[in-house]
Design a protein around this ligand. Sequence first.
Ligand SMILES: [Fe+2]
Length: 335
Amino acid sequence: MLTAATTASMPALADGEVNIYSYRQPFLIQPLLDAFTQETGVKTNVIFAKKGLGERISAEGENSPADVLLTVDIGRLDGAKQLGITQPVSSDVVNENIPAQYRDPEGHWVGLTNRARIIYASKDRVQQDTITYEELADPKWQGKICTRSGQHVYTIGLIASMIAHHGEARTEEWLVGVRDNLARKPTGNDRAQVKAIFSGECDLSIGNTYYMGKMETNEKDPEQKEWAKSVKLLFPNSEDRGSHVNLAGVVLAKHAPNKDNAVKLIEFLSGGNAQQIYAETNFEYPVTPGVEVSDRVKSWGDLTPDTLSLAEIAKHRKTASELVDKVGFDNGPAS
Ligand SMILES: [Fe+2]
């Protein structure tokens, strides 16, 4: 901790501030921001909210104090770009640290960590240790699959990746097959599906990887540790194209009043140290090559990420959403 006296003697601390609007929870980003301030002398101000930040930046217009917006999912990153509240990040540091598939080709969003959308499987009732997304439509899983809403951004990302790989017609067929294998109407969040495996309502569920860590370490609601113990993680398509991954990331606000500091922050977050803290605190995967995943994340199995660019996936989000409605996915099985 710096005292006021040492602060005053360090010229770096005169370097101003950066204003962060964040959908990511304060506990998650504070350690990173502290490290950033220590390294650069730039002070950070955070506004946290669960929703409405993009709209807020839009409404604030040219007077918006926002420099960056931290959020999760390609749907929300690309959504910010579509909303017109972003500007391109132009930084050799960022371009070197973050592989191109995890950045907007025009620089309007930058991925900072990865999460895979994988299969949670009952340890007792599912014998196999490999699976594919395609196989979720196989009638052998009839009445066995649980998932959250087809319209949730996480599900839309997965379906959009199926469209990118297989085209719309085959994806529609697949979606019908998955729908007819559902044990119940889509309801609840990713963890609620694992609870349903624990209680015997289903054998497989679709969920993001980091929820395993959140359940395994949940001291507030220790019952979740039991849910986690009842499942193993299957990383779909490990033997072919790899598992669908999605991003947590950042955008540079269009009217960022502290643009230089904002770029400095994004560069810092793309660096190895920050990547490690970021990934470990929320059980995510670093996007910067060479940065190790945490031991806990490693214990779930090996992730082979699908190398399809997230920008390509984003293009199919609208069609994915239309297909979900068309097949009545959220109404559950037809029969
Ligand atoms: Fe989540």
